[in-house]
Write a protein of this length. Sequence first.
Length: 297
Amino acid sequence: MKIDPRRSAAFLAAVDCGSLELAASQLSITSSAVSQRISALEQDLGTPLLVRSRPCRPTGPGTRLVQYLRRSTLLESEFLAEMGMDPGPVRVALGVNNDTLATWLLPVLAPVLLDEQLLVEFLLDDQGHTFNLLEQGRVVACVTGEATPLHGCTASALGIMRYRLVASPDFARRWFPDGFSRSAALHAPVMVFDRKDPLQASFLLQHFGLPEGAYPFHYVPASDPYVGAIRAGLGYGLLPLEQCAALLASGQLADLTPQLHVDVPLYWHAWRIQPPRLERMGAALVKAARAVLLPMD
């Protein structure tokens, strides 16, 4: 049998948009038509594909179908381009963590996207969760802290992002006049990116025996405002060297624990079989990232 393109388009739109109504708006049809096309696709394949929740999400078979459809769309556009036809803009969805996007990724990736004429959609999550985006079929490749690839995928080591525990000089003088200590850290506010961010909690537990919640903290879930909040003296937190090295050198930030740091290894995961343009993009990204990040042992 052949997968009906209108039905598969309705299914993908529902997965991407999270609702039948938004999918209908994207496809310029009614939500009832979207639902009917997805139901017909489920009948064709003999299995439920979409959990109609809010947001709606694919089932296990639906996830595998999403992976197949995304890759087949890219392969089709590559074939049309090779045949001298214009496939239109080719969009790739990549899963990345916020610190990566805010620091080294764009300068590395921009020349590749321009050379390969690719459009990009970044899906942001913690480096411990971007792997799930690839597993769910929502992205075709990802930067993640996970070293082991999915079945059918490859994993390439990129390098290490090193984090330093920093604060503004005024904040350091106010809260840690005698240096960073466990007793002082019980009262000093910590900057946390979001509820998925484990860095600060793991660091304080490992090195100072402070359990999560034993100290006050702020949530600031955006990279530049997070740095800005630390610079403004609202709290202290871990920043990648790419974001704080110049600020430390100029004295605008103080390193609270010069003898301690956090190293986060990063890997590039992509499907083993993919269009040549994506292969070239991945190879260029891996090479450039290794020149920017600290090497792994």
